[in-house]
Design a protein around this ligand. Structure first.
Ligand SMILES: Cc1cc2nc3c(=O)[nH]c(=O)nc-3n(C[C@H](O)[C@H](O)[C@H](O)COP(=O)(O)OP(=O)(O)OC[C@H]3O[C@@H](n4cnc5c(N)ncnc54)[C@H](O)[C@@H]3O)c2cc1C
Length: 464
């Protein structure tokens, strides 16, 4: 093979295993530079814990490359400038990447691709962040299904593209710029200790082991936020420290629980496929009639929601879990999002942006897709007249009140029958639990029946 140099620009694929861009580059070139750009624009968009997690994973990737005799070349600045610049400086013949699906990434990549091609450097994109690439999962009519179940039927019987195999290229040994330093530990979730608390691919595989150990009961436990009943792999999938195919392969489908967990990866693919097909989803409702919805957008209520002070314990528990850990259980994400959009009649885009800033797993297609689902404005969405009742949801999915007790400790003295709706608890019982409503814990900021009627009217007005 003639000696050539290639560059792999790592973005949200911070691993060497099942990484098609890495495999293609190391197989095609004799010399490969592993490259990462710290884009300062990110520091405005992401919470500090998420940046800390990212930088931890980048450092771990560098350490993994060192085991192969190389280093991760790091540069700080605008990737639209730095990628073409470094590619020319290193005299590479090709830049290899795994696609990203957001409008921001697509636009950035188009600019980088043009700049590279103007210098005679090839742009080689692969798909490494999804189980199936966009365009592969089509209905009989040859298009992307706007409904999940038909998509899933094709998804589960579509064969995977072959696993990529890496070559033995020499890896460049130039570390580049020092990473910015942020105080604080690498953020991990409940129950993740030992290897499962370390950054990068090694940590991700240990976290996957934990997820596999509880996968058989996933179907039974996934809706109980007080326990660790889900895989908690969303952050690793977000940063690409593990590939979704590796997760699907290792979890398998030998039990109902395992199959149900793998099915969630199809939702992840579906929202990504939808976003690449319809980039306006990030800002616009997929169902155009909802663009005319009259939101109330009350700032004080938005602040109460963000701070976990709505007076609805299940909602507040979720918002506090999010603020304190950067993660929230899926059931509670649905209830808190519904509360904002339906009970407070606040634009889903405000909630989506807040989640996008704070979530460690914040991922534009998943976040936008789910927010539109909750708002009833998106594809295969929850019907507009479905308004989650936060009290009934709490009684059903946190029957013993353990989740509320953990995140809203001021209510911990109330028993399981009282904790879901403290405003209905008599003064003696409240006093015995050490609670003065309105002082220690807020009165409900909105009446459920009234707000249900209000949102149904607002949606009905634009449906007509
Ligand atoms: C309003 C709202 C916002 C959300 N924002 C995000 C987000 O920014 N990033 C994100 O990864 N997920 C998001 N989700 C989806 C879901 O809540 C999380 O993926 C899940 O809670 C992560 O926990 P887990 O890894 O234990 O999930 P598990 O239940 O173990 O599922 C395994 C994996 O499947 C994928 N998955 C699961 N549920 C969904 C779903 N509903 N949609 C798409 N993919 C799914 C995730 O990658 C997840 O890691 C959002 C859901 C809602 C209702």
């Amino acid at each position: 093979m003639a000696a050539t140099s290639g560059l792999v620009w790592f973005r949200r694929d911070l691993r060497l295993d099942d990484n098609p861009a890495w495999a293609a580059a190391t197989a095609e070139h004799t010399n490969v530079t592993a490259f990462f750009v710290v884009d300062p624009a990110l520091f405005d968009r992401a919470s500090t814990p998420r940046i800390r997690r990212l930088l931890g994973d980048v450092t771990a990737l560098d350490a993994a490359l060192a085991e192969h005799g190389g280093r991760l070349l790091i540069r700080i600045g605008d990737p639209r400038v730095l990628v073409p610049q470094e590619a020319s400086r290193l005299r590479v013949t090709a830049v290899h990447v795994n696609h990203d699906v957001t409008p921001y990434a697509t636009e950035r990549d188009e600019l980088v691709k043009s700049a590279l091609e103007a210098n005679g450097i090839e742009w080689v994109p692969e798909w490494g962040t999804l189980v199936h690439e966009p365009g592969r999962i089509c209905t009989n009519a040859g298009s992307l299904s706007q409904v999940f179940t038909p998509f899933f039927r094709v998804w589960e019987r579509t064969p995977w593209t072959p696993w990529p195999s890496s070559g033995d290229a020499t890896i460049t040994n130039d570390p580049g710029d020092a990473l910015p330093e942020l105080d604080g530990d690498y953020p991990v979730l409940d129950g993740e200790t030992g290897d499962a608390a370390v950054a990068g691919e090694r940590g991700a595989l240990a976290r996957l082991d934990l997820a596999v150990a509880r996968a058989d009961s996933y179907d039974d436990d996934r809706n109980t936020p007080s326990i660790t009943g889900t895989s908690q792999l969303s952050i690793d999938l977000r940063f690409g420290t593990v590939s979704p195919r590796r997760v699907a392969q290792i979890v398998g489908e030998s039990t109902a629980g395992r199959a149900a967990l793998v099915r969630q990866l199809a939702w992840r693919d579906w929202y990504a496929h939808l976003l690449i097909a319809t980039p306006s989803l990030v800002e616009q409702p997929m169902k155009p009639q909802y663009a005319a919805l009259q939101w109330r957008n009350n700032d004080a209520e938005f602040a109460a929601w963000k701070n976990g002070r709505t007076g609805y314990p299940f909602v507040d528990a979720g918002m506090r879990q999010l603020r304190e850990t950067g993660w929230m259980h899926n059931r509670v994400r649905m209830v808190t999002a519904s509360f904002l959009v339906k009970n407070l009649l606040i634009d889903w885009r405000r909630g989506e942006r807040y989640f996008r800033h704070v979530l460690l797993d914040a991922d534009v297609p998943q976040n936008v897709g789910n927010w539109q689902w909750v708002a009833g404005t998106g594809p295969d969405a929850s019907p507009y007249n479905r308004v989650f009742n936060p009290v009934l949801q709490s009684q059903r999915f946190d029957a013993g009140g353990d989740y509320i007790r953990r995140w809203v400790p001021e209510l911990a003295g109330l028993d399981a029958s009282a904790i879901h709706e403290p405003w209905n608890v008599g003064p003696l019982e409240l006093a015995a639990a050490g609670i003065e409503l309105g002082t220690d814990y807020p009165e409900p900021i909105v009446d459920l029946a009234f707000s249900r009627g209000r949102v149904l009217d607002a949606y009905a007005a634009v449906k007509r």
